[in-house]
Design a protein around this ligand. Structure first.
Ligand code: PLP
Length: 419
């Protein structure tokens, strides 16, 4: 039996934002004497009370190291930890829980694949494809391994609206291409990419594809079998869970063919000074004591989402997006950066004559948390010819009323800054 607290009774089947907000204690506070408006969800989402409680429960009731102890606490913690691997597997519809590797987050997942798969499979002159709209964590690991292996990093261009130029992508695919790594949903433009089609095209050349799903998993159901991706990464903290834990999904034959990434305890089958043999997948990639507490509360975050009406949530978030675009469009001098047809619930923009950082700081004094700058996507900013943007990213616990406050806040900020 699972020891993870059940939240099934807290289901939000019929979506009611006022009810849902009550699950997120952080939202009920004042910042500089103003009610907090939290629009930095793409950086990290807030956590429901059940997730917070599960951390306390683990540390106060059954903290123990896992898979090594015969005692009661160790077995209870091991069971709770192992249950989450199965839960994650179901959440993304993997074929088996053996395809789920726990990592510290999206960044570590991509680094693992770049180092392990790349070191084994890339040779001088090989090509690796990414797009212009990648987060730095889906650029730098590939630059590093390409430099080491003498491979060449190629970049798929994007349009002015922030969409992948599919014809250009097709032209870049060839027999030298050894890997494609692509973002599902852009954190700075909001674009939702046609990943299924991108994967299909790569597979025609037998090229494996990694999907960076960091910004997708909170907002839509991601199905790895439907996408037919070879690898997929995401972070718990962007989907209601704790920081420090994330997932690398990999097709079992690929994971089995890859060498370990880190050495240490747990990842071995036997060790002697003459020869060490490795544990089976996924443990081969999980050296050392894992992040037990955060894995367990990640499981609770998944339960929370699974017992929600995700379709209703997605529709509501799209309404927030349309409402924000419509109402902010009235602001004089505003220019949206990222106007793709298919977008997640975030807006990114610049305003003529004012600096994005100054606007962010002014909004902060009004209790409104937004993100400003390049959002770890400097090449996107170069492509769009802006130094940075103001990004408001919405989650299902945000309201239209908060968007009204944002609009008022922006007008006030512009007035002050233009004085
Ligand atoms: N990829 C995308 C699209 C992101 O938005 C982020 C974080 O903002 C990352 C990767 C990196 O995620 P993490 O810092 O959790 O590893």
């Amino acid at each position: 039996m699972s020891v993870i607290p059940s939240i099934v009774e807290k289901s939000i089947i019929r979506f009611d934002v006022d009810q849902v907000r009550k699950d997120f204690p952080v939202l009920f506070q004042e910042v500089y004497g103003k009610p907090l408006v939290y629009f930095d969800n793409a950086a990290t989402s807030q956590k429901p009370q059940v997730v917070i409680d599960s951390l306390k429960k683990y540390y106060s009731e059954y903290n123990a190291n896992i898979h090594r102890g015969v005692h009661f606490l160790s077995q209870k913690a091991s069971q709770a930890y192992d249950d989450v691997r199965e839960k994650v597997s179901g959440f993304i519809n993997a074929k088996s829980e053996r395809e789920i590797v726990f990592v510290s987050g999206t960044t570590e997942g991509i680094n693992l694949v770049a180092s392990s798969y790349g070191r084994k499979n890339f040779s001088p002159g090989d090509e690796v494809l990414i797009s212009t709209m990648e987060h730095h964590s889906n650029i730098v690991p590939w630059q590093m391994i390409c430099e080491e292996r003498g491979a060449i990093l190629k970049v798929i261009p994007i349009s002015d609206s922030g969409e992948i130029l599919m014809e250009e992508y097709k032209k870049l695919l060839n027999s030298k291409t050894k890997f494609v790594s692509i973002v599902h949903t852009s954190n700075s433009l909001g674009t939702v990419n046609p990943v299924k089609e991108i994967i299909q095209l790569a597979h025609e050349y037998k090229i494996p594809v990694l999907v960076d799903a960091a910004q997708a998993v909170l907002h839509e159901q991601v199905d790895v079998q439907d996408l037919n991706c070879d690898f997929l990464c995401f972070s718990a903290h962007k989907m209601l869970g704790p920081t420090g834990i994330g997932v690398l999904f990999g097709k079992i034959n690929l994971l089995e063919s890859m060498p370990p990434y880190k050495g240490g305890g747990e990842m071995i089958s036997s060790v002697s000074f003459e020869k060490t043999t490795y544990n089976e997948v996924p443990f081969k990639f999980e050296a050392g004591t894992p992040n037990i507490a955060d894995v367990i509360s990640f499981g609770v975050a998944i339960d929370y989402l699974l017992t929600s009406d995700r379709k209703a949530i997605a529709e509501y978030e799209q309404k927030l997006l349309s409402y924000a675009i419509k109402s902010l469009s009235d602001i004089e001098g505003i220019r949206f950066i990222g106007t793709a047809k298919k977008r997640t619930s975030l807006v990114s923009f610049v305003i003529d004559g004012v600096n994005a950082l100054d606007v962010g700081m002014s909004l902060d004094t009004q209790g409104i948390a937004v993100r400003t700058g390049h959002h770890c996507t400097e090449p996107v900013m170069d492509r769009m010819k802006v130094p940075g943007t103001i990004r408001d990213s919405f989650a299902f616990y945000n309201t239209m009323n908060e968007i009204d406050k944002l609009k008022e806040g922006l007008i006030k900020a512009i007035r002050l800054l233009k004085k």
